[in-house]
Design a protein around this ligand. Structure first.
Ligand code: GLU
Length: 440
């Protein structure tokens, strides 16, 4: 088996969204699992729509997610290579010039459909005489070019879909070069995959028919055909792929405090028979990858579910995974993480515990008494409980009437970690002052 190499081939015409992140992730995981390499290919043949800022943003998001690449290429730098291959394919009769205008093609299409036939290009360009071609050229028409499919069955064993078959007779020869000379995606992609030795291609199922034609392109180039996996596309809550979903930006998710590994854990298991569980590093996620566990139906992606999962993820994060990003020690992290929604949220609790705050006194009799009864340090396991018992007796307050005013005085917040856990973190002196209503 040749060395495994995969690629992620985004067009820099927009920011990374949840859909292409999933494609990048599966490719990266497969490479890691099989001990292979991951390549970034910038598909920037569309000069009009490609932008440097999108490319920059794609790179930033991939890096943040940990989906780093060992090699990269850009299609706009490889035009001479594509021209060279096309010249050869023209000479071999696999690429041919066509002169129909878009309107003429549309008329042909409608005519076929009205006769109940599939709208497959009839190759009339191949029957043009030299005079007809000369007449078109004189008119100022520029040719576009198609790849000529060979008759027969096209088959592959898809890593997700299982055996797939296409009869070439049911496919139209794909246009590979537009009349303005620009390349469409199909052939350059195959030339790159062949030249860079790509062994596995994972992409969305919207590419399945492209794959059928591209398999013949690999064969025409004399290159080995890679293995393919077509992922069912994500759908929105409402059933069909929504614009909003397609564009749900990973940059925005990041800015909202969604963890990179929460996104990766979530996307890797969405639509599989496995439960969505936190994975803390890409390596262990890669070891768990099993494409055969992906179902054929389109998984629903719900942003709210991702948010909930992220909360669960943050609350389960071992200190070792966050220690470089927080200012607190392990005991503090463990005490507070169960109340966080984002890792950054720890800063709020550090402030509450270690910086001055204005206490909120709701029940002065209770908090005064609490200050008076506060046991001396050192505190142990039993200190908090005996303090609370003493308070109950002294103030005749129970439940919410007891704990809520204490919490408001000590933290100025409505909710948070258990007071039992917080008290030692804040320290006796500060707790006592706050209970007395002093800014501390
Ligand atoms: N640039 C293409 C796309 O984004 C790549 C498709 C492929 O993976 O071959 O759709």
């Amino acid at each position: 088996m040749p060395d495994v190499k995969v690629r992620f081939a985004p067009s820099p015409t927009g920011h990374m969204h949840i859909g292409n992140t999933r494609t990048a992730l599966f490719n990266w995981l497969l490479a890691r699992k099989l001990g292979g390499r991951f390549m970034l290919r910038i598909d920037d043949t569309d000069r009009e729509r490609s932008r440097a800022e999108y490319e920059q943003s794609l790179r930033e998001v991939l890096t943040w997610l940990g989906l780093t690449w060992e090699e990269e290429a850009r299609q706009s730098a490889r035009m001479a290579r594509y021209d060279e291959v096309v010249a050869r394919l023209k000479a071999e009769g696999r690429v041919y010039a066509c002169y129909e205008t878009a309107e003429e093609l549309e008329v042909m299409r409608k005519r076929l459909l009205s006769r109940g036939l599939p709208p497959i290009y009839d190759r009339s360009a191949l029957k043009l005489t030299a005079e007809e071609i000369a007449a078109y050229e004189k008119e100022g028409r520029r040719p576009h070019y198609r790849f000529k499919l060979s008759p027969g069955l096209i088959e592959w064993d898809d890593m997700v879909r299982g055996p797939v078959h296409y009869d070439a007779a049911n496919l139209a020869d794909p246009v590979i070069i537009r009349a303005d000379g620009s390349y469409l995606y199909h052939l350059p992609s195959v030339i790159d995959d062949a030249d860079f030795g790509i062994t596995h291609i994972i992409r969305g199922e919207d590419h399945v028919t492209n794959t059928a034609a591209q398999i013949q392109m690999f064969e025409a180039l004399g290159a080995p055909v890679p293995s393919f996996a077509h992922l069912p596309l994500l759908t929105g809550k409402e059933g069909k792929l929504s614009k909003r979903l397609g564009s749900l930006g990973v940059r925005e998710l990041r800015a909202e405090g969604t963890e990179a590994m929460a996104i990766c854990s979530f996307l890797a298991k969405l639509g599989t028979s496995e439960a969505i569980e936190p994975f803390y590093d890409l390596d262990s996620l890669a070891q768990s990858l099993d494409l055969s566990r992906l179902g054929r139906s389109q998984p629903k992606f719900d942003e709210a579910e991702l948010k909930l999962f992220n909360t669960r993820f943050v609350r389960s994060l071992p200190f070792a995974r966050v220690k470089d990003r927080v200012n607190c020690d392990e005991a503090f992290w463990n005490a507070v993480r169960g109340n966080l929604e984002t890792v950054a949220g720890i800063a709020e609790w550090e402030k509450i515990c270690h910086q001055k705050l204005k206490p909120v006194i709701e029940d002065k009799a209770l908090t005064d008494s609490a200050a008076g009864l506060l046991p001396p340090e050192p505190w142990d396991e039993t200190t908090y409980n005996s303090w609370v018992e003493a308070l109950k007796t002294a103030t005749d307050r129970r439940g919410k009437a007891l704990f809520h005013p204490l919490r408001k005085a000590i933290t100025a917040a409505e909710t948070g970690p258990e007071l039992k856990v917080l008290l030692p973190l804040i320290g006796r002196c500060r707790v006592c002052n706050r209970l007395k209503g002093l800014e501390a």
